[in-house]
Design a protein around this ligand. Structure first.
Ligand code: NIG
Ligand code: FE
Length: 427
């Protein structure tokens, strides 16, 4: 008999996302992307916050002695979503810019005129660390209600040493006080701040010589990211920052080829980045290089949707063997959504992924993209028991029901933390 704290039974579809290529030793590519490890009338046993066993309800009901049983009543059960690219901490609104875009201005034109990211920087600098934690906690609670149980979050609206440290410290605090786990990324190179408008290389030097050592000293980030773009940092500047970050133990990530082809995909392969994100305009040779180097493509279809841009060539990436993940890119200027369900729906409708591929991209591959695949992203013995129960009996509903919340219940570390019935997150 297996002793468990909780046994979830009668999932009409239990999506385990277990296994995969090489027994799950790496992110899913090609055909394996669409393998959900689906068990009909499935069950999950949970002990000490971890998955203890997974299988048919009929089997587990006979082999597990559980303190408590929860009946999924034929609904879909899947791992909690992992959102591997967000800009969680920002203040203020970009509604004026939104209206300008609706009247024809482009995101790049607004950025070139000093709006965009720099507008948000001014407002974010005005908040204390404490206020940022309160803001972030409220957002994490809403994310949790949409099924997200692990999130990557970037700094990048500080753009001065103390301001960037403030953001990263707030992210650490959030991870310890909130149910949702937060993986912090240093994005000091998000834009050139107004103070350095005449000396962008001076800002790159500040990032390398002052910010990176300070971030490393306090062990504040897992990853170092750079916005490689016309209005932000060149390929050479991006490479210098990512290589310096790597020397401090920060793994490289890149905002690559989001608004134009800047060779970001190739650069990602050359520096051995964990992921290259966006890739709307990535060149084919860059994608080939990514496939060869095993760089994960983190696709952010909310951004293409919100900015009215063409979607990234996801099918081409899958054909080439690039591992693909999905994220929200939650931020005030180019993707103000924190719903991974919306990312999955747009993954299907915009990127042309199948619902199964999109779900794998939003769970197990997303976990790989932030170095968390050992812990989360699938329901397998030994992994953290983060799971979601949907108001649906067919997983394909996630690709179809855009803009609505299908989540009925969320369990974090085996505990019920959100229920649609009470509409509340329990402490
Ligand atoms: O991922 N690309 C850079 N950062 C965000 C946009 C941030 C903003 O507009 O405030 C992005 O699209
Ligand atoms: Fe981003």
């Amino acid at each position: 008999m297996i002793q468990a704290d909780l046994l979830v039974v009668h999932a009409g579809e239990l999506l385990t996302l277990a296994g995969g290529p090489q027994g799950g030793e790496g992110p899913r590519t090609g055909e394996a992307l669409g393998e959900l490890g689906l068990i009909r009338d499935g069950a999950v046993a949970i002990a000490d916050g971890l998955v203890a066993a997974v299988g048919l309800s009929a089997d587990l009901l006979g082999t597990v002695r559980a303190a408590q049983t929860a009946d999924a009543r034929g609904r879909v059960v899947l791992p909690g979503f992992v959102d591997p690219h967000t800009h969680l901490l920002f203040a203020g609104s970009r509604a004026d810019e939104f209206e300008m875009r609706l009247r024809g201005a482009t995101y790049l034109e607004i950025a070139a005129a000093g709006g965009g990211i720099l507008h948000t920087v001014t407002q974010t600098r005005a908040l204390s660390e404490r206020a940022l934690v309160d803001l972030g906690a409220a957002r994490l609670t809403r994310m949790l209600a949409h099924g997200t149980t692990t999130v990557e979050a970037k700094s990048g609206y500080g753009l001065a040493t103390e301001e960037e440290l403030k953001l990263l410290r707030a992210l650490h605090r959030l991870s310890s006080v909130h149910h949702v786990d937060v993986v912090p990324t240093f994005l000091g190179a998000h834009a050139v701040p107004a103070e350095f408008a005449a000396d962008p290389d001076g800002y790159v030097a500040l990032v390398i010589e002052e910010m990176l050592p300070a971030v490393a000293e306090e062990d504040l980030a897992e990853f170092c990211d750079v916005f490689c773009e016309e209005t932000a940092f060149s390929g050479a500047q991006s490479r210098a920052i990512l290589e310096a970050g790597a020397e401090y133990g920060l793994l490289p990530k890149i905002h690559a080829d989001e608004l134009s082809d800047r060779g970001g995909a190739r650069l990602a392969a050359e520096v051995g980045a964990v992921s290259a994100d966006h890739l709307l305009f990535a060149a084919d040779d860059g994608l080939r290089a990514m496939a060869k180097a095993g760089v994960i493509a983190v696709l952010l279809p909310g951004t293409a949707f919100f900015l009215g841009l063409p979607y990234a060539p996801a099918r081409r990436m899958i054909d080439l063997g690039v591992p693909v993940a999905l994220a929200t890119d939650f931020n005030p200027g180019s993707s103000p959504t924190y719903s991974m369900q919306m990312a999955v729906a747009l993954g299907c409708l915009g990127l042309r992924l199948s619902p199964a591929e999109a779900i794998a991209a939003a769970t197990i591959n997303a976990a790989w993209a932030i170095g968390m695949a050992e812990e989360v992203g699938s329901l397998e013995p030994g992994k953290v028991a983060d799971l979601v129960i949907l108001d649906a009996t067919d997983h394909r509903a996630l690709g179809m029901h855009f803009g609505v919340n299908l989540v009925d219940e969320v369990y974090k570390r085996g505990r019920l933390v959100y229920s649609n019935r009470t509409g509340s997150v329990e402490g």
